[in-house]
Ligand binder design. Structure first.
Ligand SMILES: [Ca+2]
Length: 520
């Protein structure tokens, strides 16, 4: 990190010299667009008059796949937000590793985005140390009054360093439908009905269903052409509901004998792997799961009706989501439902509760008018604005289903995920995210209620220095062994050796650091 700072400071001097010339040029270009920019502003409740925005905010986003929306200049949702908020912005979007690489390039070249996004407290600690972000606590108090009611105290704690907040955390609305958990076991309800099974309550119920989905012709086509379960092998996350039934998430922390341990190195981890291995041996799991890298490969199998269950999010249960909508073209009866967490053999029950500090916006240390940025983010917290980034424009993209205005219905195929993201509806233009699902369909509301019925709590959500190694340790030490044990290339005992190796190659340091922080 120190090397990065030195590198940055040399580059920054050069960048500052250049910036003077560039800004003059840009101001000319922007004059025209600045004319109408006073509308949405200055109603922040603070008595200060905010200055004019000089340049469009440059936002580097990790929200969506590249190419969505296809042409940002034609992005009518963005135009609507700009018009209503009185602020202009320019979006660049990248996913996963590409996002981080792009961010590093921009930071190294001195062209800091004004706003970008944090996913973990660990990243925030690194950016703070490199001096590339600025504290946002005071700004949030002063200019973010419409966001504040949606922000969880724990998220503020998780993204604070030495008492100073560095992230404007994502918010969430009231009630159980806005609970943070959206992922669980998704199952073909129509296949259960065909074979006379109820929604599974226990891991054993689920095992019986997997066997029936594999061997009892759930689709009734007379052929042995289906699997119980499929998923992407990475980190074993496709099987998270199985680990959960044993009371753990491999990546979460649990108190054992007065100390915190990582789920990965508990005896329950090996028990869960033994179960998955047995299922694979019995032919219940899609044989190709080990070669899948992307969820889209699993989705293809779902659409071809070769797989009866998988770990997925609540939107799979709605017919406007791409998979069920594609499936309905060939089979109208196809129906995915979300299953509440399965009870395991030791009585454990609950889905992994994700980090409460799960993300948010950071503001560049170089941002000229951070108060304008916060005022812009605040626009997304105002009730009257919420429908635009979520659903698009009333009458054009969506309409109310009845006079009580409780449910939104998309017009034509604007609700289909690919179509709406390409048009800039939803994730692309949710510059500040507030989970607010009050107008969701009944299918989604039911799925969210099911998935949040039983929860397993992660007992440590902070960051420690050694945790930077966490994901590479999973990649090099854990994932290859997990896959080989499941498909029977290695014995179950290889799990013990893997756990030992994880501890000796840096895992023990992480555990020691976490316990040192946790005791305080
Ligand atoms: Ca069949």
């Amino acid at each position: 990190m120190r090397r990065l700072i030195m590198y940055l400071s040399t580059i920054m001097i050069m960048a500052l010299l250049l910036a003077g010339c560039q800004k003059e040029k840009q101001n000319d270009e922007d004059k025209q667009t600045n004319v109408e920019q006073t509308k949405g502003k200055n109603d922040t409740g603070s008595n200060d008059t905010l200055p004019e925005q000089k340049n469009p905010f440059f936002i580097l986003s990790n929200q969506v796949k590249p190419g969505w929306p296809k042409d940002l200049k034609e992005d009518i949702i963005k135009q609507k937000i700009q018009e209503s908020s009185g602020y202009e912005y320019r979006l660049e979007m990248y996913k996963g590793d590409d996002y981080i690489t792009k961010l590093q390039l921009y930071l190294a070249s001195g062209k800091y985005p004004d706003i970008w996004y944090a996913e973990t407290p660990q990243q925030v600690a690194e950016w703070k140390e490199a001096g590339v972000i600025q504290p946002v606590g005071d700004l949030l108090q002063k200019y973010g009054k419409d966001l504040l009611p949606f922000i969880n105290e724990k998220a503020i704690e998780g993204f604070s360093i030495d008492g100073e907040l560095y992230v404007v955390p994502w918010g969430s609305g009231e009630g159980s439908i806005n609970q943070p958990i959206t992922q669980g076991l998704v199952i073909r309800k129509d296949w259960l009905d065909n074979l006379g099974y109820e929604i599974p309550e226990t891991l054993d119920d689920y095992y019986k269903i997997l066997k029936a989905f594999t061997y009892d012709d759930p689709d009734g086509n007379g052929e042995d052409d289906t699997y119980g379960l499929s998923g992407v092998v990475n980190k074993g996350s496709a099987f998270k509901m199985v680990f959960n039934a044993y009371g753990i998430d491999p990546e979460h922390w649990y108190e054992r004998d007065g100390k915190l341990v990582l789920g990965l190195v508990t005896p329950e981890y090996k028990q869960a792997v033994a179960t998955i291995r047995k299922w694979y041996e019995e032919g219940l799991i899609d044989k190709e799961f080990v070669v899948y890298n992307k969820l889209s490969e699993v989705e293809k199998k779902l659409i071809q009706e070769k797989v009866g269950s998988f770990k997925g999010h609540v939107w799979y249960t709605d017919s406007i989501w791409k998979v069920e909508s594609a499936l309905h073209k060939s089979n109208e009866k196809a129906d995915f439902v979300m299953v509440p967490a399965l009870e395991g053999p030791n009585g454990a029950r609950g889905y992994s509760a994700p980090l409460i500090a799960k993300g948010g916006a950071v503001i560049s240390a170089e941002a000229e008018n951070p108060e304008l940025i916060m005022d812009f983010l605040n626009w997304f917290g105002k009730d009257e604005n919420y429908l635009i980034p979520h659903f698009g424009i009333e009458g054009e993209h969506w309409k109310w289903t009845d006079e009580t205005k409780s449910k939104v219905e998309f017009i034509d195929d604007w609700g289909v995920s690919d179509v709406k993201f390409k048009a800039g509806i939803g994730n692309p233009n949710r510059i500040h995210r507030i989970e607010d699902r009050r107008h969701s369909s009944n299918d989604i509301i039911e799925a969210i209620e099911n998935v949040n019925k039983y929860l397993l709590t992660n007992e440590f959500e902070g960051a420690t220095p050694s945790m930077a190694k966490m994901s590479s340790l999973f990649e090099t030490v854990v994932n290859p062994v997990f896959a080989k044990v499941v498909i029977g290339e290695e014995s179950l005992e290889a799990i013990d050796a893997m756990q030992e190796r994880w501890l000796s190659e840096g895992g023990q340091d992480i555990i020691d650091e976490v316990n040192a922080v946790w005791k305080k």
